[in-house]
Design a protein around this ligand. Structure first.
Ligand code: SF4
Length: 463
């Protein structure tokens, strides 16, 4: 597996990249693998088991639904989100999976309550987000069984790939300007007289040409803007049973109704930044389309800060948007290869904390920061997210997740501004803070890592 920024930014459906997008991709790839092995025609039955965090919060995160979609051939990027509920209810009612993979298609019986299990007391050895799929022939002989791990941000690894050193090594092998740490990234910038975004851009050229990179990044920006626009107008109660009302449409109307009054308040820009983040994360909670950045739970921070750049910073232009996403991607790669972007592994510091750090660095660069200031911005943003736990109420990506993205976006802007006021020198390096985040995640009790067994998830009574 290579780490390209196009592995970091992907089109996903809500509410969770690790618990929805990852299992959906894994289920699809399981059938594709059976096709490769020429076992498709023999499939008569399929069983699915979820373990660890996927089992504990899978219901609230729609993990079961994601499996039903992926195993039938749907993928997060192309599925029509309006059709999702219909496909799921049909599958459950008819007790059948319609496996549909280009020229390969068939129906097999599937009774959700018998064939899909959340094993809440069992964790697989390599990662909290483990799952196993098995296919059987008509004599009930097991044709194939495969274990997958959803390691955050929609990344899925098979058991043999789970050693993260594979990720680092393959990244180092391929790209023109390799870096494994922030120090090496800064050294590449210094040696080549590059900005951070230029290092990433040059590295991406081994996968895509220049035009494609720019087009694809601007496409992500458009999807982010569409998501924000939908969040502005989609009213109602979020699904899942907590009865959380969407706030973004109300805030949007408030801000539009009193433009002059808002101008008198120099901090009204913060209301807009909050609004952008709320809009994205409410869409995500409702199962809508978002860009994982670096995860779905934290998908509001990058779009909120990028909207801030595009709407409130006079120097903003398309090239700035591209550089913003390239720089954010560089920072995400550092966390992905040296720590984790999975809430189930290191708590919310790995999701909202990482998104905040990415956004801070990216904003700092497009506002003219030096590479040292950009590294400083990323470090400040993570330093003040260290220890952030993951304790979603009811296992839903709603409370505290939605508001937390708004807070993360504001913190990112502040981190960028603080870094821009300095000269780049600082006490704690980004590498040190990344290592600290990893260590803190390791020390964090299990109940604070996407299990809904600690924190707000147990201190707030669901009604
Ligand atoms: S608390 Fe943070 S890590 Fe946990 S589900 Fe919410 S956004 Fe993701």
């Amino acid at each position: 597996m290579s780490v390209s920024i196009f592995d970091i930014f992907t089109v996903g459906i809500g509410p969770s990249s690790s618990h929805t997008v990852g299992p959906m991709k894994a289920a699809k790839s399981f059938i594709e693998y059976l096709i490769q092995l020429k076992l498709f025609d023999d499939i008569d039955k399929i069983k699915c088991d979820f373990y660890g965090s996927l089992a504990l919060t899978g219901k609230g995160h729609g993990t079961d639904k994601a499996f039903l979609l992926g195993i039938q051939g749907y993928d997060p990027e192309t599925i029509d989100s309006d059709q999702i509920e219909h496909i799921i209810s049909d599958t459950i009612k008819l007790k059948k999976l319609k496996l549909s993979f280009k020229e390969h298609s068939k129906e097999v019986p599937f009774v959700v309550k018998n064939d899909l299990k959340f094993n809440r007391r069992i964790s697989l050895p390599h990662h909290p987000n483990g799952m196993a799929f098995a296919a059987f022939d008509k004599n009930n002989n097991e044709l194939y069984r495969k274990i997958y791990y959803s390691i955050g941000g929609g990344f899925v690894l098979e058991e043999a790939e789970i050693d993260t050193s594979n990720v680092i090594n393959s990244h180092l092998q391929h790209v023109k300007y390799p870096y494994q740490s922030a120090a090496e990234l800064l050294e590449q910038c210094r040696k080549n007289n590059f900005k951070i975004s230029e290092v990433v851009f040059q590295n991406e050229l081994i996968w895509r040409d220049e035009t494609q990179i720019k087009t694809d990044l601007l496409k992500f920006w458009k999807i982010m803007q569409d998501c924000v626009r939908r969040g502005f107008v989609n009213e109602g109660i979020l699904p899942g049973g907590l009865k959380v009302p969407r706030r973004a449409p109300h805030v949007y109307k408030q801000l539009l109704n009193n433009p002059e009054k808002n101008l008198m308040d120099s901090l009204s820009v913060l209301d807009w930044v909050n609004l952008y983040a709320l809009a994205v994360n409410e869409e995500n909670a409702a199962g809508g389309q978002v860009i994982t950045a670096p995860t779905n739970g934290a998908a509001g921070i990058i779009p909120a800060v990028l909207h801030y750049y595009s709407r409130f910073c006079p120097q903003a232009n398309d090239q700035g948007v591209i550089d913003f996403l390239l720089t954010a991607g560089a920072i995400a790669i550092l966390y992905k290869t040296n720590a984790s972007i999975s809430g189930a592994e290191v708590g919310c510091q790995g999701e909202v904390g990482v998104a905040c750090s990415m956004a801070a660095a990216a904003l700092c660069e497009v506002l003219g920061g030096t590479t040292l200031q950009v590294e400083n911005a990323a470090e400040i943003a993570m330093e003040h997210n260290l220890g952030l736990t993951c304790d979603p109420i009811g296992g839903l990506v709603q409370i505290p997740c939605i508001e937390r993205n708004a807070m993360g976006a504001i913190k990112a802007i502040n981190a960028a501004r603080m870094a821009l006021r300095g000269d780049g020198t600082h006490y704690v390096s980004l590498d040190k803070v990344i290592a600290t985040m990893k260590q803190t995640g390791r020390d964090m009790k299990k109940q604070y890592k996407e299990t809904s067994k600690g924190g707000l998830a147990v201190n707030i009574v669901e009604c």
